[in-house]
Design a protein around this ligand. Sequence first.
Ligand SMILES: NC(=O)c1ccc[n+]([C@@H]2O[C@H](COP(=O)([O-])OP(=O)(O)OC[C@H]3O[C@@H](n4cnc5c(N)ncnc54)[C@H](OP(=O)(O)O)[C@@H]3O)[C@@H](O)[C@H]2O)c1
Length: 397
Amino acid sequence: RHNINITAIAQGASERNISFVIDAAQQARALNIIHQAFFEIRKRLSLVVIGVGNIGSTLLGQLRAQRSHLLARGFDVTVVGLANSKKFVLNPRGIDLARWRQRLAASRRRMIPQVLAREISKLELTDAAIVDCTAAESVVAAYPDFVRANLHIITPNKRANVLPRSEYAALMELLQSRQKYFLDEANVGAGLPIMSTIRDLIASGDVIKRIEGIFSGTLSYLFNNFDGSVPFSALVKDAWRRGLTEPDPRDDLSGQDVARKLLILARQAGAQLDIADVDVETLVPPKLAGGPFSERFFGALARFDDKMAARLKRARSHDAVLRYVGSLAGGRARARIQEFRWDHPIAMTKGSDNIIAFNTKRYSQTPLVIQGPGAGPDVTAMGVFSDILKLLHYLPH
Ligand SMILES: NC(=O)c1ccc[n+]([C@@H]2O[C@H](COP(=O)([O-])OP(=O)(O)OC[C@H]3O[C@@H](n4cnc5c(N)ncnc54)[C@H](OP(=O)(O)O)[C@@H]3O)[C@@H](O)[C@H]2O)c1
């Protein structure tokens, strides 16, 4: 489990001692592991948090606030490392979470993920994980290095789960061969228990027939508020001004974020798909898709308002509303605007809610529905925290 190779082992005739031979380089870690197994009352977990923006910093606040609660339940969780895009800091005795900003700011170590992995492995930690709270490809590219450095991975970052199929399979194989966990609850629906639900359904023998829902908080907000009183482009501009969209709103309107979440669920359900296999309706007119973003985008988008207004009118004539939904059925993944009658649960969402309905062999009459905010620092960090708790439970005492 800890990847320490035992060259020779012998048990004394008295049955009171066991001797073994290992590589001298692994001596310190082996001693720590034995000490922990025999004498520690608490389960210990060391964390290195990479990315201290919205989610990372909120998570650090939650870990600090819950420390005594965790200790009382027998869990000793220590943050031994932190990184942003520029620097990293490591301290095997733990970083004071009341002063983590100063500790990171004072560090002179340049953040290079592979170097960080090497430095962590020198700490000879027993049970440890990286918590990747970035959206960085370069951090994901170093996941194999972190796994080889004996670290589990916990992350809200979707990038690993949408890697091309062969790279994704290689990473999953490496994790399995090294007996390391990859925990990704906050990849879909932030703190909502979507990933654990699909895994539990499948592991318990249920069969997924259809998954359908609203996976984007931004698109949820836009369509929940699109009642015809304000043109669609003005609604997008207002959401952008209020910080409810990505800095470039085309990242939301393109539907790609929904496509990524569908791909993640599809792979969990066993479908061999890649991102190009997801059929996506973009809300960005082709002429406006390229080039750098500027506020002039909204003026150009207004030229397409009539089209959106006509779609809304048509939906209303069917007693329905418009929603941007993702669906997965029969191995096919689609993201697009659809009409839903007023009394349908998907039509009744509010604010920036996500809603996901699982139609399965067991949940066939009424679907299993999960609904709630699908973005925001507090709920997303909670999703990551729930993965830390899961890891603590998985680790043997
Ligand atoms: N925000 C949400 O509601 C939400 C919901 C679900 C999932 N997520 C996911 O959570 C992750 C974090 O989101 P966020 O909102 O916290 O983003 P954010 O506020 O932009 O923070 C990103 C952090 O990552 C760091 N970073 C960027 N590139 C890095 C690199 N190469 N190496 C090390 N650190 C790097 C940044 O460092 P600097 O400070 O130096 O720039 C920053 O500290 C993303 O994958 C996002 O998709 C977010």
